[in-house]
Ligand binder design. Structure first.
Ligand code: HEC
Ligand code: HEC
Ligand code: HEC
Ligand code: HEC
Ligand code: HEC
Ligand code: HEC
Length: 391
């Protein structure tokens, strides 16, 4: 689950996977001696020791020194990604060992390659750590690090954006933003300053009146990786007074004095427990930015009978539709019937209940929060989920 959402959320990881694919293909780009290199790689990858020995003894003395140098130069060229680079260095290293074994000499080269490999591994470790740092900022449930326009942001000298989804949830119900302002799916809205300055996307509110504008205080949004970001992803560093002040101005509520020790309640997976917050009367978001707003709620429950050992699942239309627009779920996530083919495997891929749970609402790991109804009882008078007809 977690892995899926990370891949989904991380363009870098996607590039990483693409470069992994490249490893499979032998290098055909170098000029001259391709025959030798190709044969060497083939023997090396298929453990043909005898054939390799023959190749090295017959042609090696002449070709190998130049070939090893070419491999190193190619590996270290600027346009090479980590995996490609490691692949080429690995071939160079194998060649250097073979050369030393059958022709003697070349210790310096072996050392040089070893050092290069070590340095590259360290750089890669640092690069991954940098990405993981953003992960940390995302992990606190409902933060999105936005970096679709990474190259442009780099050029302008600003950090990627942290969009604190959870903070906005305190002030605004889902309906305020979804689907009118943002599609309920990451990377789909293609947020840009041109759009924001035209009063769309974040610019609907970040207009310099309701909230700070998109053309000032760059660092309040572009703060991924900075220390100031801690209040957005560290449960103990949340700035309650500021959240309350904004809530008061908007007509929302943030009664953080009701929190014991000013601590946000989190479940055992570290996700904010929104229902507890609601029950404790800590927060009350606004329904709409408009005065005349049709607050449509569907007041019934749907029982999903469990076919396994776990208890049944009760879906509360009222809880969900009091926050979420009908059109956020219907028809994209569920058809308006009782016959959707809901399955855990599909949910884990972000469909059905998994459209929100595990992304911005409590995670699937918490089985009993959904599988909470004793079997054989239906005291709630709920409608029965039917499932795919004919299955
Ligand atoms: C202030 C605006 C705002 C509010 C309020 C809000 N969202 Fe979002 N939501 C966003 C933005 C922005 C995105 C990202 C869109 C993009 O990247 O294109 C998003 C994305 C999502 C996603 C997609 C996550 C993913 O991993 O693809 C889900 C699900 C979601 N929101 C659910 C909710 C729910 C449920 C609520 C209410 C409890 C809610 N949102 C309240 C602004 C908001
Ligand atoms: C429905 C209105 C609304 C939308 C849409 C909205 N915001 Fe906000 N946002 C606010 C308000 C109100 C504040 C509080 C401003 C303040 O502290 O003065 C805020 C605060 C913030 C903060 C500061 C949080 C903190 O504690 O420092 C960030 C960062 C932020 N928004 C980013 C964004 C981004 C990025 C988007 C678009 C993806 C966005 N917001 C969309 C209303 C909105
Ligand atoms: C209200 C939040 C907010 C503020 C304030 C803000 N930005 Fe952005 N900015 C964003 C978001 C959201 C994106 C899109 C991020 C992505 O997914 O690539 C973005 C993207 C960018 C980009 C690349 C794409 C584009 O549309 O140009 C640049 C450059 C940029 N911002 C610079 C700035 C500068 C400079 C400032 C201060 C003058 C600033 N931003 C203030 C939210 C903000
Ligand atoms: C969080 C997602 C979600 C939201 C929001 C939501 N629904 Fe549903 N809806 C469901 C699910 C889940 C089912 C049951 C699907 C199944 O059993 O296959 C359902 C079933 C239905 C059905 C058929 C069963 C019944 O209740 O009669 C209707 C009609 C329906 N929804 C209408 C609405 C309307 C109207 C709203 C807005 C007021 C709404 N829904 C909001 C998830 C949602
Ligand atoms: C569009 C987003 C969305 C979808 C789809 C969705 N949920 Fe939820 N659900 C929420 C939000 C938001 C909450 C509030 C708690 C939170 O955010 O952690 C919630 C709370 C719950 C709760 C606790 C409240 C209660 O009713 O006691 C249960 C149980 C639950 N969801 C089950 C489901 C099931 C089962 C499905 C699929 C049939 C589903 N949800 C689909 C957004 C969604
Ligand atoms: C967000 C709510 C939710 C959570 C959390 C959840 N489930 Fe489910 N689960 C459902 C729904 C809805 C069904 C559909 C029931 C049906 O088969 O009609 C289901 C069905 C199942 C089934 C029946 C087979 C299938 O694939 O449909 C199994 C087994 C299951 N869940 C196991 C688990 C386990 C184990 C966990 C915890 C790791 C878990 N569930 C967490 C909502 C949830």
């Amino acid at each position: 689950m977690i892995q899926i959402s990370l891949i989904h959320s991380d363009a870098f990881l996607r590039l990483y996977l693409i470069s992994l694919l490249l490893v499979i293909f032998p290098d055909l780009s170098s000029a001259g001696n391709e025959g030798f290199r190709e044969q060497f790689i083939k023997n090396y990858k298929t453990f043909q020791f005898k054939a390799q020995e023959e190749l090295i003894r017959e042609k090696g003395a002449e070709i190998m020194p130049g070939e090893m140098r070419a491999l190193i130069d190619e590996a270290m060229a600027d346009n090479k990604g980590f995996n490609r680079r490691m692949y080429l260095l690995d071939i160079a290293s194998a060649m250097a060992s073979g050369y030393q074994h059958w022709h003697g000499g070349g210790e310096d080269l072996i050392k040089e390659i070893e050092t290069l490999i070590k340095t590259e591994l360290k750089l890669e470790e640092q690069r991954v750590a940098r990405l993981m740092k953003w992960r940390k900022e995302e992990r606190f449930l409902g933060n999105f690090v936005m970096k679709e326009h990474m190259a442009n942001m780099k050029k302008a000298g600003v950090a990627p954006v942290i969009y604190p989804h959870w903070v906005h949830r305190i002030w605004f119900e889902c309906k305020v933003c979804h689907q009118d302002i943002f599609i309920m799916n990451r990377w789909r809205t293609h947020i840009s300053h041109a759009n924001m300055e035209a009063g769309k996307q974040c610019g609907v509110c970040h207009d310099g009146k309701m909230a700070f504008g998109v053309d000032d205080e760059c660092d309040r949004c572009h703060l991924a990786g900075k220390n100031e970001a801690e209040r957005l992803h560290h449960a103990d560093k949340v700035d309650h007074a500021r959240i309350k002040k904004v809530a008061d101005n908007l007509g929302a509520e943030w009664n953080y004095d009701k929190l014991s020790g000013k601590k946000l309640p989190v479940d055992r997976f570290g996700f904010i427990d929104w229902l507890k917050l609601k029950k404790m009367g800590v927060f009350k978001p606004i329904h709409s930015l408009q005065e005349d707003f049709n607050h449509e709620v569907r007041d019934n429950k749907i029982l999903f009978k469990s076919k396994g050992k776990l208890k049944n699942v009760l879906f509360d239309h009222k809880v969900h539709s009091s926050w979420i627009n009908c059109t956020s779920c219907h028809p994209e996530v569920f058809r308006k019937t009782l016959t959707n083919d809901v399955k855990m495997v599909r949910m884990a891929k972000g469909r059905f209940c998994g459209y929100c749970h595990g992304r911005v609402s409590f995670t699937f790991a918490d089985c009993n929060r959904c599988h909470s109804q004793e079997k054989g009882t239906n005291e709630s008078g709920a409608m029965l989920h039917i499932g795919a007809v004919g299955k």
